[in-house]
Design a binder for this molecule. Sequence first.
Ligand SMILES: [Ca+2]
Ligand SMILES: [Ca+2]
Length: 184
Amino acid sequence: MLHFIYRCLFVICLLTNFAHADDSPHFQIGTMYAEKIRGVGLYAGFEAEEILPNASGYIDATLLISDAYDAEQPVFGGVSIGLRTALDVPLSPYVGAGLYVGENEKEVSASHDKIDNDHNGFIDEKWETTTDNQLMTAVYPEVGFHLQVGETFSIRMMGRYMVSSFGRSHDDWFYGLSFAFGHD
Ligand SMILES: [Ca+2]
Ligand SMILES: [Ca+2]
């Protein structure tokens, strides 16, 4: 799990440098929930304004947890990137779209891979295991409201319909709330 997080932080650092030029990106943190697949999402990252005219872009390190994705290892760690419309008014509806790429991590049997996985000098003992990662990607449209509170703080309420690479029975609406900090 840690290497997911390191990888995500690395990507965020890249974006922070990239987006540093004019407007400093806003730090955002959020949570979301999907009823049908009993999914929970947690994310943190940066949103940069005016990546395109009247549009902001963001990148978040994102954990998605649902036993509909994987009953044994339901925690997927990854990255979300996306774009949202942005109007310079205190309360505004917005639309957006994004992409999620993540993976889980599971221990699987490694008794037939011709590798000494536990480094004890004997190859393919029956208890040897190795780590396997299952990749999931999802694309999503997003709709919601953005509320600017003062100069440095904003709240976003949103729904995103996550269309999963695992198939249509894994698709669901995630409803979320996020908070962003930073100057315009
Ligand atoms: Ca061994
Ligand atoms: Ca082995």
